[in-house]
Ligand binder design. Structure first.
Ligand code: NI
Length: 197
């Protein structure tokens, strides 16, 4: 496993629509090593997720993981290590939520992106098994952000430019109200999920 250089905005490789993998290619040593490098690179950079184009591979693979110690996004709910191959994302319901995002490929910038509140993701895991997950709130936002990368879309394409800020100005002016709003959302989603509705 090795930590790879992260491709940054302006590099055309971030703007391609990546291609699907067949199971034999997914099982190959080269692709399995690529997945290991994505995990290693994401952890070294303390991202919430990473997509293959961010290390220069034009393939439909993304990784999400938020551990309790994430320094870039300490307020994000935990996500166990999840490798999604050929993900297909589908909104669940019509509700949108504005999520303040950043990206390892867009250094220094943050902004508010309208995201589906709840999504279903169908994908292959790294062993080629078909899986499905449901995600809500910030976790749903993370999966939407990563799947966007596979279509050559960056968060700043979808953000309201009036909400752009540096990380420093986010901390100074926007972080507290945003985190309060997200905490209320997380509580609401937990109540809804626990309410049997
Ligand atoms: Ni990103």
């Amino acid at each position: 496993m090795s930590v790879r250089e992260i491709v940054t905005i302006g590099d055309p490789r971030l703007r391609e629509r990546t291609r699907e993998l067949e199971r034999p290619e997914l099982a190959s040593a080269a692709v399995q090593a690529l997945i290991d490098d994505m995990i290693e690179t994401k952890r070294a950079a303390d991202g919430a997720g990473i997509a293959a184009p961010q290390i220069g591979a034009s393939l439909r693979i993304a990784v999400a993981e938020v551990a309790g110690t994430n320094r870039r996004y300490p307020y994000k709910p935990p996500i166990p290590l999840t490798v999604v191959v050929n993900p297909v994302l589908e909104p669940v319901g019509d509700e949108l939520v504005a999520i303040n995002e950043g990206c390892l490929s867009v250094p220094g910038l943050r902004g508010e992106v309208p995201r589906h509140l709840r999504v279903r993701v169908r994908y292959l895991d790294r062993d080629g098994t078909e899986r499905e997950l449901l995600a809500g709130g910030m976790t749903a936002g993370t999966f939407q952000h990563e799947v966007d990368h596979l279509d050559g879309i960056l968060f700043c394409d979808r953000a309201d430019p009036h909400t752009f800020s540096t990380w420093e100005q986010f901390d100074r002016h926007h972080r507290e109200p945003f985190v309060r709003r997200m905490e209320a959302l997380t509580e609401r989603l937990a109540a809804e999920d626990g309410g049997g509705s």
